[in-house]
Design a protein around this ligand. Structure first.
Ligand SMILES: *Cc1c(COP(=O)(O)O)cnc(C)c1O
Length: 384
């Protein structure tokens, strides 16, 4: 087939040529002045994206590594932890905390729905002895395409002193997230989603309060130890050998993000959400997430039951070389997920909607060609 595979999964996402070229540079000494300059620059920029002046450590790991880093540094065995779960990734965060000995209470939200801040408020009020040490929440649940209102959840915690930890792997730099202004203690993220670079880096941003808690927390830790990480950061180094190539890529990607502007990027992702949702609805398909909490970074589409989502994905892949994600666990063969985060253009989404219409028509779904595409065109026209 002519051309590259078009990757439309919610991570890894497409990489700009500028980033690829930056990553091909030769190795440098990671304990020398060149690396120091890069580390200091990207640390400052990622903090800007988190809207914080607090601490940041960048690990050579996938996003899950950062989730584990948060648990080992800030939670002790026996601590009570409240985990809001609404899909695969919320469950994972809860599982990691449980693996390290926390007493995890899960507030399970139906898959496809968002957390209810009022329920969290109620639960926190029922904890007068402040037993709950941490609240774990997924910002953007990638398995369902639902995002949580982090600001409202933080407000619902009121004066409760539990550490507020947010998994923002598929949202940081695509959705608004204001660490200092909203009072978030820990933000975790990864490189392969909205940052436009390959997998392999994770980010952990944490407040002074969290740092203090880490000094008292007594889970075993070595590789993830924040005290060690911060000690080296003062010298312009990482504790262990960093993924140098990915740092080149990150620096270039952050330059691109700065050129576009965070506000514009956030607006662009919201526009993609509108484009995909109106277009797919016009094709006669249903969406998993309600409009009020639909993710700007990916859309979960319910395939016609007679087709199944995996057949739709297979045809898109074989005929058009477009790779979409399937549903995970209970949503397997029910939904397909269209990632529209990071280095994605309107043009890409227009062509994907056109290909999806052909696929549906070919598989026997009753559709008039052009119904979805024309809606997508309209969204673009209205936003010019
Ligand atoms: C992708 C993702 C993760 C896990 O990241 P890995 O890089 O696969 O370890 C965690 N949480 C969310 C919300 C994600 O989207």
């Amino acid at each position: 087939m002519v051309g590259e595979q078009f990757l439309l999964v919610p991570g890894p996402t497409p990489i700009p040529d500028r980033v690829s070229r930056a990553m091909s540079r030769p190795m440098i000494n990671h304990r020398g002045p060149e690396f120091r300059e890069i580390l200091e620059e990207v640390t400052a920029e990622v903090k800007n994206i988190c809207c914080t002046r607090d601490h940041l450590i960048i690990y050579p790991s996938s996003g899950t590594g950062a989730l584990e880093a948060a648990v080992t540094n800030f939670i002790s065995p026996g601590d009570k932890v409240l985990a809001i779960t609404m899909g695969v990734f919320g469950e994972r965060f809860a599982d990691i905390a449980a693996s390290f000995g926390a007493r995890v209470e899960r507030m399970a939200v139906k898959w496809g729905q968002a957390a209810d801040p009022d329920m969290i408020r109620e639960r926190m009020l029922k904890d007068p002895n402040r037993e709950i040490k941490a609240l774990l929440v997924t910002h953007n649940e990638t398995s369902t395409g639902v995002y949580n209102d982090i600001k409202m959840i933080r407000e619902a915690m009121g004066e409760h002193p539990a550490l507020f930890m947010v998994d923002a792997v598929s949202s940081l730099s695509a959705l608004e997230l204001k660490m200092d202004a909203w009072g978030i203690d820990v933000i975790l993220s990864g490189s392969q989603k909205a940052f436009m670079i390959p997998p392999g880096l994770s980010f952990m941003t944490f407040s002074e309060r969290a740092l203090k808690a880490s000094r008292e927390a007594d889970n075993p830790r070595y590789y993830w130890d924040v005290s060690l990480g911060l000690k080296y950061l003062e010298k312009g180094q990482t504790a262990f050998t960093p993924a140098i190539s990915l740092f080149y890529g990150l620096r270039e990607a952050l330059t691109m993000l700065k050129e576009e502007g965070l506000e514009n990027i956030i607006a662009r992702h919201k526009k993609y959400r509108t484009l995909v949702r109106t277009s797919v609805r016009a094709m006669g398909l249903e969406l998993l997430a309600h409009d009020n909490h639909a993710s700007p970074s990916l859309t979960s589409v319910i395939a016609p039951a007679s087709l199944g989502s995996n057949r739709v994905r297979q045809y898109m892949s074989e005929k058009f070389n477009i790779v979409m994600a399937g549903g995970q666990q209970q949503l397997d063969d029910v939904i397909f997920r269209i990632g529209h985060l990071g280095y994605i253009r309107e043009l890409d989404l227009l062509s994907v909607m056109a290909a999806l219409e052909i696929t549906l028509a070919q598989l026997g779904h009753d559709i008039t060609l052009g119904v979805g595409v024309s809606r997508a065109q309209k969204v673009i026209l209205e936003n010019i």
